[in-house]
Design a binder for this molecule. Structure first.
Ligand SMILES: Cc1cc2nc3c(=O)[nH]c(=O)nc-3n(C[C@H](O)[C@H](O)[C@H](O)COP(=O)(O)OP(=O)(O)OC[C@H]3O[C@@H](n4cnc5c(N)ncnc54)[C@H](O)[C@@H]3O)c2cc1C
Length: 434
């Protein structure tokens, strides 16, 4: 049985960055990807806007992925594509993985795991829409795969439900390819996507955005023939009497993304109710020692640059963890993993204004710069985010506004701070401070 220091599951930007950084730290690394090619969701993102922070350039998703794929090819990382981790056993000796691949079934052993499995789209089954189940109802990611990878148009007259970023990008893409996008309908009173995508994908292409509206029924037997839309109240309940029938052949759903947490749950990692991904520390380690998580599997990121950042961090931490483990070559191999610091953490507490903060705990006594990622629960104007250690304010940052779709990053330097107590994050109205 092959023994690896670090096994990375998922070959998207998070997994690529994790595998590269772990390998550069001297770890023996295996990268597993279930699809034929590396790159994850970036393979189907032919629009630009990737890599502005990391490379200071406007790259397409494919170009961004290529940079990492070229780098990983120059490392000794072992890459298995078309390979699926069908079972992982967390034994006290380490992790035993059962891999299913074209050449057959294989078992490998790893001291640590990095879960970089990305996220999944909410489907029609997860949003309650009455009616039949005709062809022509698909998620925005599937529509993107049809057009950008397979070169096939999913329809001619399209309606988009939900104003998430993928839906906005697909509204533009469908228009550029000759389809008519009749409108984007969003149940909330504010758009769910980034402001830049509202302007670049809808406003610039005269595609109407209808807020506080939803689709209540789909019509058609074999193929979609139309939908009923309805205005909704502040509780997002349809308002009787506002129904309107819209003829169309395609309904594209862009109604949210959820971290792919099947493996982390199966391994026993605690899941955050805020992110729906595993709870983690500042090194992306989950509540299961030796299991790290990064990218969209940890929490849904707006920008791929942050995904790569978390991948790098998880890879480095996994390599360090593995280096602290001693393996004695037996069959089955025995791996005595040391360094479980699970009891040595301070928690990150926050006021109810935050949707979530990542990481959810930090190693007590840490002396480094720790980045925290958060989202506000509701749109706010002038706001100061403050961090308290006990009664002492140790950090503050002012924002002229905060919106739920925009993920924010703050960095707190703990070099001069004796971190022995839980941290409290609060949001305050920044009157006269802007
Ligand atoms: C339409 C769209 C537009 C976007 N636009 C932008 C943009 O303009 N700018 C920007 O910065 N970001 C953008 N993003 C976001 C960016 O693409 C994502 O944040 C990033 O791709 C997430 O990377 P990831 O590695 O976490 O996940 P993914 O890219 O989803 O990769 C996960 C990989 O894990 C594999 N996998 C999952 N489970 C298993 C398993 N059990 N075994 C083996 N392999 C497995 C999957 O096959 C996949 O390849 C966009 C995303 C989309 C979808």
């Amino acid at each position: 049985m092959d023994i690896y220091d670090v096994t990375v599951i998922g070959g998207g930007p998070a997994g690529l960055a994790a595998a590269i950084s772990a390998s550069e730290k001297g770890a023996k690394v295996l990268l597993i990807e279930r699809e034929e090619r590396l790159g994850g969701v970036l393979k189907q993102c032919i629009h630009d806007g990737f890599g502005l922070i990391r490379f200071g350039e406007k790259l397409s998703g494919c170009e961004y992925a290529c940079r990492y794929i070229e780098t990983i090819r120059q490392t000794p990382v072992e890459i298995r594509t078309s390979t699926f981790a069908s079972q992982i056993n967390n034994t006290k000796e380490g992790f035993a993985l059962s891999l299913t691949q074209r050449s057959g079934y294989e078992r490998v052993f790893s001291k640590t795991l990095v879960l970089a499995t990305g996220c999944r789209e909410r489907t029609a089954k997860q949003v309650f829409i009455h009616g039949t189940r005709p062809a022509g109802v698909l998620t925005a990611g599937s529509a993107q795969h049809f057009i950008n990878v397979l070169g096939q148009m999913p329809g001619k007259n399209c309606v988009i439900l939900g104003s998430g970023d993928i839906g906005l990008i697909m509204a533009r893409r469908l228009t550029l390819e000759g389809a008519k996008v009749l409108g984007v309908y969003e149940a909330k009173s504010e758009p769910s996507g980034l402001s830049r995508n509202i302007y670049q994908c809808l406003v610039d292409f005269d595609i109407p955005l209808h807020l506080s509206h939803t689709v209540t029924e789909v019509h058609g037997r074999e193929r979609l023939t139309g939908i009923t839309i309805c205005a909704v109240d502040e509780k997002m309940q349809p308002i009787p009497g506002t129904e309107e029938y819209i003829p169309c052949d395609t309904l594209i759903l862009s109604v949210g993304l959820i971290p792919e947490n099947e493996l982390s749950e199966a391994l026993g990692a605690a899941i955050s109710p805020g992110t729906k991904g595993p709870l983690c520390d500042q090194n992306c380690q989950t509540t299961v020692p030796g299991v790290f998580c990064c990218g969209n599997a940890l929490h849904v990121n707006d920008l791929v640059d942050y995904v790569s950042e978390s991948g790098e961090k998880a890879g480095l931490a996994a390599a360090d963890y593995a280096a602290a483990a001693s393996v004695c070559q037996q069959d089955p191999p025995i791996c005595n993993v040391s360094g479980d610091k699970s009891s040595n953490y301070v928690s990150i507490e926050h006021s109810s204004d935050f949707a979530y903060i990542v990481p959810s705990r930090v190693t007590a006594g840490v002396k480094e710069n720790v980045p925290f990622f958060f989202r506000t629960k509701a749109t706010r104007g002038n706001t100061t985010v403050k961090v308290y250690l006990g009664d002492e304010e140790i950090f503050r940052k002012k924002y002229i506004g905060l919106r739920p779709p925009e993920m924010e990053k703050i960095e707190v330097d703990f070099a001069q701070i004796d971190l022995r107590d839980d941290l409290h994050f609060v949001m305050e109205v920044a009157e006269h401070e802007s």
